[in-house]
Design a protein around this ligand. Structure first.
Ligand code: NI
Ligand code: MN
Length: 231
């Protein structure tokens, strides 16, 4: 079974049927709702970062180093990480895809801020993104932090599971996330980037009602796993 574990905020572990573990947007230490500390994370081979904000990137460099994982992110973030001594890296750019050993991943567009946490010069400020993973015959889309984009319509037919921000204020809120569901047409939706702190309080049950019969909405608690069967 393909598994997605939500660690709170935008941090997920994606585990393939064969046991490959991919960590997305790692933020454990300092995350008020994280289900574990960064020190408790083990067995990850790949770390994907959608963008450089601290709440998506703060643990990426230390975890990449400790676990011997490969860091995948935008070209600029990878350059910054290499400057911090990270050796196993894979740079990408929005719109590009690559056939990784576990499956193809495309970096998707996001409309959001480009600051890179830890970069005091501002030199590596860059375009944020999201990722569309093709793995185990499924399309799994982690949108990153983004506004609603009409470009999301281009993903229609490719996405089985859409992981979408619903927190509002910094990203799409529930109303726009429902429009994103209409644009993308996934079978399963997992909301993220909400209830971490007061500015992004949302009711996941209200979101489920708004989505209605457009898709099945899965709302794990931090630490909870969604098993993706045949869709
Ligand atoms: Ni952000
Ligand atoms: Mn964020």
């Amino acid at each position: 079974m393909t598994k997605l574990t939500w660690h709170g905020h935008s941090t997920f572990t994606l585990e393939s049927k064969t046991g490959t573990r991919i960590l997305i947007d790692p933020w454990f230490d300092g995350n008020p709702v994280a289900d574990r500390s960064a020190a408790e994370v083990e067995g990850v081979e790949w770390i994907f970062c959608t963008h450089g904000h601290a709440d998506h990137f703060a643990d990426a460099i230390p975890l990449t180093r400790r676990l011997g994982a490969t860091l995948v992110s935008s070209f600029e973030i990878i350059q910054f990480a290499q400057g911090q001594g990270v050796e196993k890296v894979h740079p990408m750019g929005v719109g590009g895809g690559f056939d990784f050993p576990f499956g193809r991943v495309k970096m998707t567009a996001a409309l959001h801020g480009g600051e890179v946490h830890g970069d005091e010069s501002g030199r590596w400020t860059c375009t944020p993104g999201g990722f569309l993973f093709h793995l185990d015959g499924l399309g799994i889309y982690h949108a990153g932090d983004t506004a609603l984009l009409t470009d999301m319509q281009l993903l229609k037919g490719q996405v089985d599971v859409a992981i979408l921000p619903i927190g509002d204020n910094f990203t799409m809120g529930p109303e726009d996330a429902v429009r994103a569901v209409e644009f993308i047409g996934p079978k399963v939706v997992i909301p993220m980037h909400y209830d971490t702190f007061d500015l992004i309080r949302q009711d996941p049950e209200a979101f489920r009602s708004r989505v209605g019969d457009r898709a099945r909405v899965e709302t794990p608690k931090p630490g909870g796993t969604v098993e993706i069967g045949d869709l």
